[in-house]
Design a protein around this ligand. Sequence first.
Ligand code: AMP
Length: 289
Amino acid sequence: MHITTDIVTARDILRHWRQQGEAIAFVPTMGNLHAGHMALVDRARRHGRRVVVSIFVNPLQFSQGEDFASYPRTLADDQSGLSHNSVDLLFAPTAGEMYPGGHELATQVTVPGLSDILCGAFRPGHFTGVATVVCKLFNIIQPQIALFGEKDYQQLVVIRRMVQDLAMPVEIIGAPTVREPDGLAMSSRNGYLSIEERRLAPHIYQYLLDARAAILAKSSDYAAISQEKMANLRAKGFNPDYFEIRRSADLGLAAPADKELIVLIAARLGRTRLIDNLKVSLGKEPAFT
Ligand code: AMP
């Protein structure tokens, strides 16, 4: 596995592969890798001859007071995990390499509308930070294929829209959420949880399952379902930002006629902000004959 922290070296390696006609599949991450990340790497290998992973804790997507400084950085372990997983290139730039003039002054990519709702309403500037760094990483790596987890569903929708709006020549592939045996979605931030919080955290997935069951049982009072689940979360000691039922294609407000839905949640447990989601398909109505 090649490892580099600089853009010029990454480009040299990638140019060589491109000249051989090898398709490049790319997995951007912030490191502290777990089985969810590795599932993206495995999937990438099925799609491209060469697999490139980036590790970069992007200061532009953290607001003041968030966990940028304390975000887990475990580069040595990540490196050995990736090399055992047959990754071809690890690109792990410094902030100075990515934002030589400082991230505050960097040119930014904004996806309006989608960036201001749900997590965007609670983390102003977050999705602009994400879109900007992903755009820059795409320009450096120039992959044919890039893989993102459905765990961060709003991020996936924002990236798809950016790629479509700016005609970026890359195919975006979403991959299912990898969970712990008790249902908790794997996340680098789970390590922040105390033993007691870790015991409570799987309620998030349980409430998503409850909401899906209610929707499938033909309850279309989505506001009532959301309010009940917000109350359930508070009763368990969570501090929820939102619990919402949206259209899965564009995260628009779900109406009773919509068939492809997604339930999304963000909640704080102590100092940890957890997010998760679950798709719900109401399928097609039987045709009259
Ligand atoms: P992060 O390092 O948290 O920025 O995540 C890097 C990529 O891994 C993103 O596309 C995430 O959506 C994806 N990812 C994170 N956790 C999971 C998970 N539990 N299952 C699947 N993909 C995940």
